[in-house]
Structures are given as structure tokens and as C-alpha cells.
Design a protein around this ligand. Sequence first.
Ligand SMILES: [Zn+2]
Length: 489
Amino acid sequence: MPIRAYKHKHNANKNKVETVRRILKDYRKTAEKISKLQWYLFFKEGSFNKNYKINHIPSKLSERYKQTCQYQVVSVLNSYTSNRQKDFIKTVYRSSLDEDTKFILFVINKSKAWFNEKLTTAVLKDDKGKVIKELPIEKHHYKLSRKIIKQTFKKNRFPSFKHISMQLDQKVAKVEKRKEDKAKEFDWWIKLSTLEKGKPIYLPVYKNSYFEGKEGIHLNFVQINEKEGNIEIAFLKEVPKETSYLPKTNKISIDIGLKALFAVNTGDLYGKQFYKQLKYYDKIITKLQADLQRQGINPKGTKRYKELNRKLKEYIKNEINRLLNRIFKTYQPKEIVIEDINFQNSDLSPQLNRLLNRFGMKIIKQKLADFEERYGIKIIKVNPAYTSQTCSNCGYVDKRNRKSQEKFECLICGKKINADVNASRNIGVRSSNPMKSQSRRSVLRMLVRAYLRDDKHYACNSRAREVILGNRYFICFHEPLKITSKEKS
Ligand SMILES: [Zn+2]
């Protein structure tokens, strides 16, 4: 069951906020140290150990705090290795290894035994428990498994604890209900241990009725984070998977647009201010960068530059999540078709385009994966090549169809439509054949062929023939076309 955090308003005064921020600072430092130790254990002994003795790790935190911290670190590391376990399966599955070796590797991977060599045989049983296959696991199998899992580690950085929130259990953060008749304006106290022994602080917290009403199991954890000089407090609930999801729409397709961030096939545009805002950030960041460089200062080392970039990233993240949530709520689709990667805007600096392609795409993917997991929505990614130049009405592909950034007008059928909406419709059409690993050229060839195959479009219309003869995409079909024109005329 997924665990979700629900923010609760608090009324901690400045002093208390400062005390909590000091704890958080040391908590993060300690977490980094524990994580290093845990990785050492993992590679040497084969697994993490959440109960490892850590008295020797220097920290301002009490031993109880350190233990709480260690639990959190190990749970993050375990979920990291679980994800790599999935990558491992994909790699082995696609490899050309023989079936037996694959099977043995899967068995090692299933118990995360890459480094501990605990297993000696790989046993395959049928539904009734009868042994079908039994193979010895040898040294070289482990060696190979380590090579594969290390590859996945290389592609995915180890989790960092530099910016984590604290997930505190009862040992250090006790949640108590407010006593009747006293201090009426809030509902809970969190009794929080501090860096000073025997001197806890009390954080007053308000009730969150959404959290109260949400079905699930209230976990005895308090999550504390800092944000812009203040602290954020959240309670956790283990909520059941949303199995009751009933789609309202069968399929929607989304184009990552240039004028608006998302264009949906229905004609709706989302995030019309997105690029304007990005351009604004881009301008001040580029200018600041130039100014600093002129003074011989490396921008990356300055507070102002870092702060601006942090704000920009936060804006991108919030906007993407907000807009995708809105799209989801509006359509409640069964399937979402979206282009694979295409996040380019020539109005923005190369630097910002890079950020959009890496960071922006990552946020989009995460959000869609979340929909997939929570509601079972099917996500289909398709090759976006030529979706902006193809007519979603008749299928004719021509660079000249695109009148401007925003306007699309088909030279053959005359369809006029918002360019991004047109692209999103083409993306939807590709859901049955996503053409994911095909080059742009081969996509174009297919589009041209598909168009010509349906000969009602050109054979009986001389104006259409003229248009096609002026289109370089159709060059290899020009000769036969000319002949048909002569025959007909
Ligand atoms: Zn058309």
C-alpha cells in the first residue's frame, strides 16, 4: 500500500523553527554518514542492516535520533536497490544469454544476493510445488550478476540525503492530542526531542480535515522538512490503492507544445503562461551569468545564481504537476498517449532547453508513472517525428502545412487548426504503432506511403497533384505522379 504525506499547518514560533532547522541540519549530515557506512556493508556483506551499531558515528544527535535516522536511510536505500532489481531484469531479459543462465541470474536477483552469494542452487517449481529444474549457482554467475547490477548503479546515482526531510518515529517525535479547554486554536502537540538532552520542544499543529477523512492507516510518523526559512510538518497515512477509478474518457493524447506547455487532442491548451515565465527566468539568469563572468566570478559558486536556478526548477516542477493533475481531473482517461522526448523551444537558451529535456522530462515521466501506479492508466509513448507537419484530418505531410508557430493549415484538405492541437491528434493516432525506435527518415517514408496508398487524395484532383509535386518529402513519388497526371489530363 502506498504511503502518502499530508501537510499540516503549525504555529511554531521563531525559536522553535530555528531549533528544528538545527536538528534537520545535523540529521542530514548524519544520514549521509550512515548511508556511506550502509553502502560499505552492502558491498562487503551483501546487504544493508538497519540495526547496525552506529554509536561510533560522530553526531550531535542522540543515539535514539541516530537510530531513527538509520531506519530512514536503510528504507531509502532498499527502495533504491529494488528499482535497480527491476533494471536488472530488463537487462537480462533483453540479453543474448542462454535460458539457464538467465534463470540463475533471475534467482540471484530476486533475493538481492548479488554480493552475499547466499544461494547455492536455483530451483524452479511448478504451481503444485513440484521441482522442474534445479541448477547449481556458481561463482561466475555471481560475478556476472554483480557486473550487471553495477551497471545499473552507474546509470542511477546513489540516493543523496543532503536535502531529505526527517521521518521521525515515536522515539523522538511523540504526537499528543491537545488537552480539552487549553490553547483552543490548535489540535495537536508534537513533542520533539532536540539536540539538548531532556529539553524537548512542543510544536502546535492544526487538524487537517482532508487527512482525517482520508481512508487509510495513520502511521506513527511525523515528517518534518524546511522550506524558505520555515518548517513543514506532515503526518503520514498508508492509503489503499485507488481501485475504484472509473475512466470517463477512453484515450487522450498530449503534445508538449511550444506556445502552451500541453496541448490535448480535444483542443484544450494548458500552461499558456509557461514559456513566458521561463523566458523571464532565462533572461535574468543569462544576464546574471554574463555579469558575473565579466567580473571573473564563476556563477555556479554564487548564492544568487544557485537560488535563481532552484526557483526555476521548482517552478517547472510545480507547473508540470499542477497541469497534468488538471488534465487528469478533466478527462479521467483510460489511456494517455504522449510523445517520447521533444522538449525544445528555440526562443530559450541552450542551457534552459537542456534543463527542460532532462529535468522537465523527468518530472513528466514521474507524474505519468504515478498515474499509472495509482489509477492503472495506460501510458503510451510515441515517436513525435513529423507530428507537427502532418495533417491530422487527411494525413498529408508537408513542411508548408505549418503556417506559423501556432497556425496549421493543410495545403490539401484545407483544415485549419491550432498547430499544437493538430500535433497532439497525430500523437494519438500513433498509439497503435508508436514507431519508437525508428529514425525520422523512416517515419517520414511511412507517412508518405500511407498517404499515397489512399489515392482518393490526389489522383482525381489536379490542384492536389501540383501541391505534392512541390513537396520535397514526396520526391521519390514525383515521377509516377507526373505520369498519372498526364494520363488523366
Ligand atoms: Zn489535410
